[in-house]
Design a protein around this ligand. Sequence first.
Ligand code: ADP
Length: 165
Amino acid sequence: MIQRTLVLIKPDGVMRGLVGEVIKRFDNKGLKIIGLKMVCIDKEFAAKHYTEDVAKRRGEKVRMMLLDYLTEGPIVAMVIEGVHAVNVVRIITGDTEPSKALPGTIRGDFTHHSFHYADGKEMSTKNMIHASANVEEAEKEILLWFSIDELYDYKKADEIFHYGK
Ligand code: ADP
């Protein structure tokens, strides 16, 4: 039940100075950050993250726009661990489409535009965050973004409170 998941603060989140705000929300929830770094990636790497699967779901045009989006500036990548972490992180992150994301979620509090607006502008929806969709995707994505020696095993002071004995 203790899972690991990948979170990316996309370039708009970094450039808007919201890195601390995002990290705080995962910390406050009692989740454990076990890997953290800032990286600039090229389109070749971005294509390994947003694979053909996204094209199948969202269309090839959206995929191409996503490759532009992820290479617009630095990304803060992190691996988060916790009980049901994949789903819990997705809940904190909020709906993919900013206009539908509820207040209290990251996307709900800091973004607002729609797919329709983004598509009209021929850009990807600037929704600030990526969070792995399921356990299988999380495993693949963590391996893509982090090497084993960039992930840290440590005990949080509040771990007994959150995880039980
Ligand atoms: P999620 O990031 O919630 O897992 P997807 O993997 O399906 O969602 O989509 C990847 C990203 O593509 C989204 O986070 C969003 O930035 C962008 N996106 C999805 N659909 C559209 C669209 N119709 N127009 C523009 N951008 C989109």
